[in-house]
Unconditional design. Structure first.
Length: 105
């Protein structure tokens, strides 16, 4: 099943390499396959297209923290927190705050 999703997502990526949904979904698929390099590549591509793509900021922050890059992770979380404060998504704002606190301590 995962292989079929990955094939379909790669087909969609070939059609539109700037589709943030597809880029994020590819990052998540590769994350699920424990291919962290490919996951990071697609999360980065997603953030190049839309630097405020909240799900990619969150997943990339986790990935970078797991790689020992705490400062980079915190920078992404701070960017997400700024963006979330403008909106009214309290649940996601709280998730970002919690992850930031966990990494900071």
């Amino acid at each position: 099943m995962r292989a079929q999703r990955l094939i379909k997502l790669m087909e969609m990526y070939a059609e539109n390499s700037r589709d943030t949904f597809v880029l994020f979904a590819l990052g998540m698929e590769y994350l699920g396959l424990n291919n962290l390099d490919q996951a990071e590549l697609f999360f980065n591509k997603c953030l190049e297209v839309d630097e405020g793509y909240i799900p990619a900021l969150y997943q990339m922050a986790i990935l970078l923290n797991n790689r020992g890059l705490e400062d980079e992770s915190l920078r992404l979380l701070d960017r997400g927190l700024l963006l979330l404060k403008v909106g009214n998504d309290q649940k996601t704002l709280n998730e970002f705050r919690s992850l930031r606190e966990e990494i900071s301590f």
